[in-house]
Design a protein around this ligand. Structure first.
Ligand code: GRF
Length: 198
């Protein structure tokens, strides 16, 4: 059986990327074909290279507000890697509808909230400010609208007394590292049945 080829988009430390890379072994139906960063200095690039995964980076800064020009450059290594699936993992650039439409239906993202709650940034602080009793993370298909698209998995964690955004984020991140690999494995087998934990 030939493996599904998975490209992973990152911007930073790539802890979710590492979890995905380390899951694609043995009888897993997918293997990584590229780790691509919007930040040339992203620590995740070294972690990927250390695991023998091809890496590339396109610095978004020279393109300033010209999102289309940045994405045209980003597309080059991505197309060259011939991915079947593209996983965004801590990728911090908003992608235009044109870019997403090229990969729609095979592009995933992990977001640190129980979508549709708290799209966008600072999700942990917002959940605390709202007094939520629980929080969590979601893996969803990427569509043109930010942090929208069909949910493929969610994991819930309790909000504890005395939680700060940092302690809550750390609790959620543990679940992200479990959920994303589980969803990718299922997605790579053609199964889009959502996973719900906690
Ligand atoms: C995590 O909160 C993740 O949910 C979000 O970016 C943060 C860092 O992720 N996408 P990573 O450690 O770079 O994978």
């Amino acid at each position: 059986m030939s493996h599904k080829r998975v490209a992973i988009l990152i911007s930073g430390g790539g802890s979710n990327m590492v979890a995905l890379l380390d899951s694609m072994i043995g009888d897993h139906p997918a293997r990584p074909c590229l780790v691509l960063s919007s930040e040339p200095e992203a620590a995740g690039l070294d972690k990927a290279a250390a695991r023998g995964v091809p890496v590339a980076a396109v610095d978004h800064r020279p393109f300033r507000a010209d999102r289309a020009a940045f994405e045209a450059e980003l597309m080059k290594p991505l197309i060259a890697a011939r991915p079947d699936i593209v996983c965004c993992a801590g990728f911090m650039r908003i992608l235009t509808g044109d870019f997403v439409s090229r990969w729609q239906g095979r592009m995933l993202n992990i977001h640190p909230s129980l979508l549709p709650k708290y799209k966008g940034l600072n999700t942990h602080a917002r959940a605390l400010a709202a007094g939520d009793g629980e929080h969590g993370c979601s893996v969803h298909e990427v569509t043109a609208e930010l942090d929208d698209g069909p949910i493929l998995g969610q994991a819930r964690v309790p909000v504890l007394n005395g939680d700060t955004p940092e302690t809550l984020a750390a609790r959620v991140l543990v679940q992200e590292h479990r959920l994303y690999p589980a969803v990718l494995r299922r997605f790579a087998m053609g199964d889009r049945t959502p996973i719900h934990w906690g």
